[in-house]
Design a protein around this ligand. Structure first.
Ligand code: SF4
Length: 377
């Protein structure tokens, strides 16, 4: 059966209109490959809330996000307007960060994303916080800290490393027009590559992001960003798709074309065959999201946060070993960290429940469940 037929046979995907040529090309790419696509991990809040797989039902968040500037950001990029920071836990002073983390640890958090608004040079001013970060890591060495680095030079990257930061994340932008117009920033594409290079020279895990459709909903610098990432070979690449909910009316964003996004997945997989490729939480809603998710499975991503209905079944029917991990998506961050910490982070789950929800028999198809001790079943 062709992949197109398989997708069309899944009830939850029946309203989907996929690009037949692209699906055929994805299938061809896989059948010509000497190695199988390997497993895929799906991160969902819980099986009970799986059918409405949005943020609700998350409960206690194992990976909260903390902003050192609260909701302030000088850049006010057109797609964000600092709104991404608003729901985060504020820690506007180093001692506030210490108190926040004490509370998080007491609540059972496994780690946090540390971020903040940028200055006019797309730098987040973390320096005063590093002594507290060091104290946190000395007190709770297993508490993981992922930092949204923004732009750094080699010295700043080393200060992050010395403070004990585990994971460095940054958005890689490959088009000068996007840097200038969307980010209102007087920095160059080369500054983004130099940041990546500086982070790669440290011992931190480096997980860059590409925000697909960042140029007002169009793909523009994505291929150059991919090329930069290919040159530096980070620990994983996270792909997200712009969700321009906050764009001002005079600078509107289009919803990115899901077929163009799917084609980019194919190219990203081909460019980075041996680097984990993860689809983060941020994607536009509705059928666009479902199509994006279906293409991501077909392209061979290694992990996906909050899959649309029908997409887990698609992966199973394409004979990819599937693991489903109970994880919340704190603005698309903790999941990615968990994804590269590959062993025993999953909680016990009942894969049979999801199979029942998918309404069709999957007899004979290989499914791997994540168990509390990390073993597969
Ligand atoms: S994307 Fe980052 S730098 Fe831009 S407005 Fe949002 S928080 Fe600020």
């Amino acid at each position: 059966m062709s992949w197109r037929d398989i997708a069309e046979g899944i009830e939850a995907l029946e309203d989907l209109s996929l690009d037949g040529e692209l699906v055929a090309e994805l299938e061809r790419r896989q059948s010509n490959s000497s190695s199988p696509q390997g497993g895929i991990r799906f991160y969902t809040p819980s099986f009970k809330s799986y059918q409405t797989s949005e943020i609700h039902g998350c409960g206690r968040n194992a990976w909260p996000a903390v902003s050192i500037t609260g909701s302030d950001c000088k850049l006010q990029c057109d797609h964000c307007k600092a709104k991404i920071l608003a729901p985060m836990i504020p820690a506007r002073e180093p001692e506030a960060l210490w108190s926040v983390v004490q509370g998080l640890v007491a609540d059972g958090a496994q780690g946090m994303l540390l971020t903040g608004g940028s200055n006019h040079r797309n730098e987040v001013e973390y320096d005063p916080y590093y002594p507290v970060v060091r104290r946190i890591k000395d007190a709770w060495p297993s508490f993981k800290i992922a930092v949204h680095t923004a732009l750094v030079d080699a010295a700043a990257a080393q200060r992050m490393e010395q403070a004990g930061i585990d994971v460095a994340m940054m958005d890689v932008i490959g088009a000068q027009e996007t840097i200038t117009q969307v980010y209102h920033l007087k920095r160059s594409v080369e500054d983004f590559e130099r940041t990546l290079e500086a982070l790669m020279a440290t011992k931190m895990k480096v997980v860059p992001h590409i925000v697909i459709g960042l140029h007002y909903g169009l793909l523009l610098g994505e291929w150059r960003a991919l090329e930069m990432i290919r040159r530096h070979r980070p620990d994983a690449l996270v792909l997200v798709v712009v969700m321009p909910m906050y764009a001002p009316p005079k600078r509107p964003f289009a919803t990115p074309d899901p077929h163009a996004v799917g084609r980019f997945f194919l190219e990203a997989r081909a460019a980075l065959p041996d680097i984990p490729l993860l689809l983060g939480c941020a994607r536009p809603p509705g059928l666009t999201r479902t199509a994006i998710d279906a293409y991501a499975v077909m392209a061979g991503v290694n992990g996906m946060a909050h899959p649309s209905d029908g997409v887990v079944e698609l992966a199973v029917r394409l004979e990819r070993p599937v693991r489903v991990i109970s994880a919340c998506c704190s603005i698309a961050v903790g999941d990615e960290v968990m994804a590269i910490e590959s062993d025993d982070k999953g909680l016990a789950l009942d894969v049979q429940a999801i199979l029942k929800q998918q309404r069709r028999s999957l007899k004979g198809i290989r499914v791997v469940s994540e168990t509390a001790d990390g073993g597969g079943a």
